[in-house]
Design a protein around this ligand. Structure first.
Ligand code: GTP
Length: 352
């Protein structure tokens, strides 16, 4: 069995973080996001190959996908000549598929039982199975209506308010039969959500829904990207590196240098080679990335510092994201919702 991870998108909503780092490999604590998806796929040992469907900055993804340890499935890199959209990307991978394929949007993380999804797909003899998740505000997503038997009946991408009749949305995780790809024209931009799924409904093919009520998030915006860190640190999402920890202590890499006299609140994460000077405060829900530096009297409060960034003496970074190699100089204040791109500089005593 094979899996396709759709990781070719531009990730525009997550700019500026995605200008140099494709969404699939943005760091989550100390690992690229993609590794969390590969963890999920380990539930299905019959998957012997994962196809990474690439377009935007493929080299950046190839560099980090390959450095995963262990005897996981083979990884095949398929680079589209131009963006083909989610459906076109699946069609592009068709020559490498044999039978049933698991497809993931490259920006979702879920506490899902993939075995149960595949079992449902097979027991129903489905041509396609889609995972659905309930959300509070379905209008921003693809709304999916089902009947009492769990068949998909309507597929509405980004519905108008009067079209909202249920709260289940497309979770971006599918099990598909390649025999259904006949309707996707090769080499053409084509959306799996807007065209392929509605076409299955129109043609009355067995198209089954699996509703997952456990943890689910897509990390497509800065707010969601921050949220996934909080959910892992807070135990709402069981994932590396916090899953299975018995204590509720700050998680500090053994190679980090945290001076005595630092105020450090759980939950938080301090990565490899990071340096935190005496008098600084790392408050709850903060992440200090690898080799980042926090100087004396600086306050990191619910913020995420990417690797190699630096926060100067007396500066405050609250509920914000500081990109790779960015510098917040002494006494500056970076406030809630700010996202600083890689290598940016907030000069001393500035307020953002
Ligand atoms: P935004 O620009 O912020 O909307 O992000 P995005 O480009 O990632 O688009 P979206 O979140 O809608 O895409 C869902 C998933 O499909 C993501 O994991 C994308 O990487 C992937 N994707 C989107 N378009 C393409 C494409 O043309 N080719 C491939 N291979 N993957 C794509």
């Amino acid at each position: 069995m094979k899996a396709i991870l759709l990781v070719g998108g531009f990730g525009t909503r997550l700019r500026p973080l995605t200008l140099n780092t494709p969404k699939a490999v943005v760091p989550i604590f100390d690992r690229p996001f993609l590794h969390y998806q590969l963890d999920l796929l380990e539930q299905l040992p019959e998957i012997d190959e994962v196809i990474l469907s690439l377009n935007y900055q493929p080299d950046a993804i190839e560099r980090v996908a390959g450095d995963r340890r262990g005897n996981g499935p083979r990884i095949r890199y398929l680079v589209e000549p131009r963006p083909l959209g989610t459906g076109g990307a699946v069609k592009f991978a068709e020559p490498y598929l044999d039978d049933t394929v698991v497809v993931f949007n490259g920006d979702v993380l879920a506490g899902i039982d993939l075995r149960a999804v595949v079992d449902l797909h097979r027991s129903r003899g489905a041509r396609a199975t889609i995972v659905l998740t309930p959300v509070d505000n379905p209008s921003a997503y693809g709304l999916v209506e089902t009947d009492a038997a769990g068949n998909v009946r309507a597929f509405r991408e980004k519905p108008d308010p009067d079209e909202i009749t249920c709260d289940t949305i497309n979770a971006g995780i599918y099990v598909l039969e390649p025999g259904t790809f006949d309707r996707i024209p090769p080499g053409t931009k084509y959306s799996i959500e807007r065209r392929y799924f509605p076409s299955l409904v129109e043609r009355g093919e067995t198209f089954v829904a699996y509703v997952e009520r456990g943890y689910w998030i897509d990390i497509g915006t800065a707010a969601k990207y921050m949220q996934v860190h909080r959910d892992v640190m807070g135990g709402r999402c069981a994932a590396h590196p916090f899953a299975g920890r018995a204590d509720n202590e700050p998680l500090v890499d053994t190679s980090a240098a945290v001076d005595r006299g630092v105020r450090i609140e759980a939950p938080c994460f301090v990565g490899a080679g990071a340096r935190v000077a005496a008098g600084a405060a790392i408050l709850a829900n903060s992440v200090v990335g690898a080799s980042a530096a926090v100087e004396t009297e600086a306050v990191i409060d619910g913020a995420i510092l990417w690797p190699d960034s630096a926060v100067g003496a007396g500066a405050t970074v609250r509920d914000a994201i500081v990109g790779r190699g960015a510098r917040v100089e002494a006494g500056a204040v970076v406030g809630p919702g700010s996202v600083l791109g890689d290598d940016s500089v907030v000069t001393a005593f500035s307020k953002v």
